[in-house]
Design a protein around this ligand. Structure first.
Ligand code: VG1
Ligand code: CO
Length: 566
């Protein structure tokens, strides 16, 4: 703190259209953030302006990102703008690194007013990839729709933003830095914190670390392979799994965060985490997992690459929930899943007589339920699993949850899954993604589908495929009324439910940065012991055929197959 106070400056700007946050934050091509004049500044100003001035003055905000290209530059601008917008203190991960779950954890721990996360999550990074900003509120969860809508409205009329251009922050050194600002009595404080520490302490209080240590480093140790996909999780995996829980150093791979994720999609699914799948297929490992760029997603694999569908993963954790000490203390208040997620969790909820909530896609919808003590465990089919320990999905938490179950049951991933299906029956699930479809064409496909589905004559319609008959029982455009605050979210996916309970869902993605992504989700339940071990694609093939027929998606997009099948 030497020299004269730093000047605060007001800069004139003009609105950009289309700064509407999607399912989880604002995502665009990196060059939009980097090269469109004041694009980032406009959005950041709208975030700050969305916070009531009285709450904002002197408040604390957490900032961090997944280390992708432009992460640090963006943080430097955010620091300068936070200072000029009345924020009193920023808590930032060292070198600008914090996973999304870690941001949620720190916001809650230090009672910050919110957090800004620089990430486009599972989207590729680099100068030609994507960049993004997520904004989380004081609960630690993604801003709810009322807040993102406010930010969007502000972005359409913004005329100026405030910045402290001479403020230079050192992101590398852990500790406090203070800055004197012009016309301010109190100095502005930046605190650089270890990226992993608070999050590790939290997990230590949730899980039985000594049991996990025994599992991973004891005499009969479980061989694991964790793939951070060059995203933010590298340092977390190394510190927690290797250093703390004693897993050998070579069990953690791709643990150096890279600005472009090594040129790959940091997306933990069978397509983009193909290396892990291959390594698992050799049979050298008992358990495998991968994470996305910002560390909130997870994929779980068993020996020989046995795939655990995320919809099943949350159901298995639910069925074994008391293997986790945290839940022994808190009890279980309720379960929830996003609408397109398979009904596997519903079976466990029913058997255990625990309430089940069905929300729209996106983690932001779980927060209210958690804050109202109605929800303990939830998941999404898109590789998201988590609990009310924070307000974000949490990839490493899910891995430790699975390891806790394995430690207790002393069974393989595959055996745990098979016993689960035998007990509860199996919801076969698949998702087809058609990425980067022409946006107008995609909109038209959805519109036409909706018109057809909402026609009264559609109810009772019979589809005969592969000698099986599927009769439409219900068709709608999913709408959610939040049981806590009564807010209504419309247009959350076109849903066809057949009389046998099978569901077919069409939805447009809200996380892409170019064109539109059409997602088709299919869920069919079988209890019959002769069927539950069959291949999902074979079991779901009749409903897949119906999906392709009613949407005409191949004919209308010129595609012959989806970009990704899960
Ligand atoms: C996708 C997933 C959704 C997830 C969201 C954010 O959204 O389907 O389940 O919550 O990504 O994930 P969409 O609108 O593209 O279907 V991530 O790991 O931000 O952060
Ligand atoms: Co993510």
């Amino acid at each position: 703190m030497d020299g004269s106070p730093l000047p605060l400056v007001t800069v004139l700007t003009a609105p950009y259209d289309a700064q509407r946050p999607g399912t989880s934050g604002l995502r665009k091509k990196t060059n939009v953030f980097q090269n469109k004049p004041r694009y980032l500044q406009n959005f950041v100003q709208c975030i700050f302006a969305s916070i009531d001035l009285r709450d904002r003055q002197g408040s604390t905000v957490v900032v961090g990102g997944d280390g992708r290209y432009y992460n640090k530059d963006a943080i430097e601008i955010i620091v300068q703008m936070a200072a000029a917008n009345g924020i009193g203190r920023l808590v930032i991960g060292q070198n600008g690194i914090l996973s999304t779950p870690a941001v949620s954890c720190i916001i809650r721990k230090i009672k910050a007013i919110g957090g800004i996360i620089l990430t486009a999550s599972h989207n590729p990074g680099g100068p030609d990839g994507d960049f993004g900003i997520k904004y989380n509120i004081s609960s630690g969860g993604p801003a709810p729709e009322a807040v993102t809508e406010k930010i969007f409205q502000l972005s359409k009329t913004i005329e100026e933003y405030a910045i402290c251009p001479d403020l230079k922050v050192d992101l590398a050194t852990i500790g406090k830095q203070q800055f004197d600002l012009e016309n301010k009595f109190k100095p502005f404080t930046v605190e650089i914190v270890d990226s992993v520490e608070a999050y590790t302490n939290m997990l230590r209080n949730i899980f039985d670390f000594s049991a996990l240590k025994e599992l991973l480093s004891g005499t009969d140790q479980l061989k694991i392979r964790l793939d951070a996909m060059h995203g933010v999780m590298g340092p977390y995996v190394k510190r927690i799994l290797c250093e703390e829980l004693g897993s050998p150093a070579n069990s953690a791979v791709n643990c150096t965060p890279l600005e472009d994720f090594g040129g790959h999609h940091p997306d933990p699914n069978l397509t983009y985490a193909a290396d892990l799948v291959q390594a698992m297929q050799t049979g050298s490992y008992d358990f495998g997992a991968a994470f996305d760029g910002d560390g909130d997603r997870n994929m779980i694999l068993g020996k020989h690459g046995f795939f655990v569908n995320p919809s099943d993963s949350v159901a298995v954790i639910a069925a074994n929930i008391f293997t986790i000490p945290y839940f022994q203390q808190t009890g279980v208040r309720g379960f929830a899943r996003s609408m397109p997620t398979s009904g596997a969790l519903d079976r466990v909820a029913k058997a255990t007589k625990i309430a089940l909530y069905e929300t729209p896609t996106g983690w932001k919808f779980f927060g209210n339920l958690m804050d109202a003590n109605k929800l303990s465990l939830c998941g999404e089919e898109s590789f998201g699993t988590g609990s009310d320990h924070i307000r974000e999905k949490d990839g490493l938490w899910a891995v430790l949850a699975w390891l806790s179950i394995i430690a207790k049951r002393k069974q393989s991933v595959e055996a745990i899954m098979q016993e689960h299906w035998q007990k509860y029956g199996r919801n076969f699930f698949t998702r087809y993604d058609y990425e980067e479809v022409d946006a107008e064409a995609a909109g038209k496909i959805m519109k036409d589908l909706e018109t057809m589905m909402l026609d009264r004559a559609f109810i009772g319609h019979k589809f005969t495929v592969c000698e099986e008959e599927y009769v439409v029982d219900k068709a709608d455009n999913f709408e959610y009324c939040d049981p806590v605050d009564g807010s209504i979210s419309r247009n959350q996916g076109l849903r066809i439910i057949f009389t046998d309970g099978s569901r077919l869902i069409f939805r447009l993605s809200g996380t892409g940065s170019a064109g539109a992504t059409i997602r088709i989700y299919i869920d069919s339940y079988y209890k019959d012991a002769t069927k539950i071990f069959k291949d999902p694609q074979a079991m779901l093939s009749p409903v897949i055929k119906i999906a392709l027929k009613v949407s005409q998606i191949h004919e209308r997009t010129g595609r012959t197959s989806p970009t990704v099948i899960t």
